[in-house]
Design a protein around this ligand. Structure first.
Ligand code: ADP
Ligand code: MG
Length: 345
């Protein structure tokens, strides 16, 4: 947080465009970034980009290196190896121009417990050097945005944890940043409020902003445009939610139900060129692993027809993100077994 004696009157409305010299749409760029503390690597060889206008989810278990990565991107830490670019600049030497373009909602953000919700926001706005009129306008606008208008005069210590997180979100948006970092914003809050946070992120994204968000809840993958999966400091997968499913399951999955399956029918399906394998589920249901479900369904119907099997139901099976992540973690564990004697958290 800025020092309480930050100079007043320095607030400027942000320019949402890229800095001169930056690629037009790249907001964040990491190349081979590693960070060690006392020789112990905490994150290793991180290479990825975050583009303008996307919700980039950084998902991994506790202790996997999410907060460290945010601190590297925002210039709190110097990388031990590799390069980080934040809006085209080195974040450890940022100008005020860069600092004004991002907001940061830390995992553990301090609010003044004895101030009201609105006073907390006024206080933060003053730190940004916002004038009185601008401050009032912006704070009121954000109180409505995060649906805290009715709670604006409550003392912060007396509101729920979920509401406190929303005050923190509003505080990180005061200067209207085009890029927002938010570290586990939904941790420990109930599913309804979690849904609201994601609605807010999507609204911000739809305004052209970029959101870098971390979470331990893998089910929240579906709200992100792209996801980086981090395990023990390494990115083990990075793609859209749909493609992560494909990577984890080795393609798409189609369930076929019929009460007329015959061994010959199952055999002929398993021989189709786009079918990877067939897994019997019950005597009247099979699960077919294919390259791409959309193209496979009509061809599977033809094959069933050729074998005189009437189909009762055929549909793509979408594994939950819990299943997807378990699969991704299992694959990574098999490919990169923990060194002997290492503790698994
Ligand atoms: P996450 O945010 O995913 O829970 P962190 O990035 O906070 O993970 O931490 C990753 C690992 O790095 C943890 O084992 C943590 O103890 C270690 N770590 C984080 N910051 C420091 C630090 N300043 N000094 C030493 N170790 C640290
Ligand atoms: Mg963390």
């Amino acid at each position: 947080m800025a020092a309480p004696n930050a100079p007043a009157g320095t607030y400027r409305a942000p320019d949402t465009g890229p800095l001169p010299g930056a690629a037009p749409t790249t907001r964040i760029e990491l190349r081979g970034v590693s960070k060690s503390f006392d020789g112990d690597p905490v994150v290793r060889d991180l290479t990825f980009e975050v583009m303008q206008g996307e919700i980039f989810g950084f998902i991994g278990p506790s202790g996997s290196g999410k907060t460290t990565t945010i601190r590297l991107i925002t210039g709190v830490y110097h990388p031990t190896e590799g390069t980080v670019r934040l809006m085209g600049a080195d974040p450890t030497h940022t100008s005020r121009q860069v600092q004004e373009r991002f907001g940061y909602m830390p995992q553990h953000f301090v609010l003044y417990p004895t101030l009201t919700v609105r006073e907390n926001l006024y206080f933060s706005a003053a730190l940004y050097g916002m004038g009185v009129v601008e401050r009032r306008r912006r704070v009121d606008q954000l109180l409505k945005f995060v649906e805290l208008w009715d709670a604006r005069n409550k003392v912060t210590v007396n509101i729920s944890g979920g509401m406190q997180r929303r005050v923190q979100l509003a505080a990180s948006l005061l200067h209207d940043p085009p890029l927002l970092f938010t570290d586990e914003p939904t941790a420990g809050i109930d599913p309804v409020l979690r849904g609201k946070f994601w609605e807010e992120f999507r609204r911000l994204r739809d305004q052209g902003r970029t959101i870098f968000v971390t979470t331990q809840y893998v089910g929240e993958s579906e709200y992100c445009d792209r996801i980086g999966v981090i395990r023990e400091g390494r990115i083990i997968a990075l793609d859209t939610p749909m493609n992560l499913r494909r990577i984890a399951m080795g393609g798409d999955v189609v369930d076929v139900e019929s009460d007329q399956f015959s061994p010959a029918a199952i055999y002929s399906i398993s021989r189709l060129p786009f079918v990877q394998h067939v897994q019997p589920v019950t005597h009247r249901e099979i699960r077919v692993h294919v390259q791409e479900a959309g193209a496979a369904v009509p061809l599977l119907l033809d094959a069933m027809n050729d074998n005189q099997c009437e189909v009762q139901r055929i549909e793509e099976y979408r594994p939950s993100f819990d299943e997807v992540f378990i699969e991704l973690m299992k694959r990574d564990e098999a490919a990169n077994p923990a060194p002997e004697g290492a503790q698994n958290a």
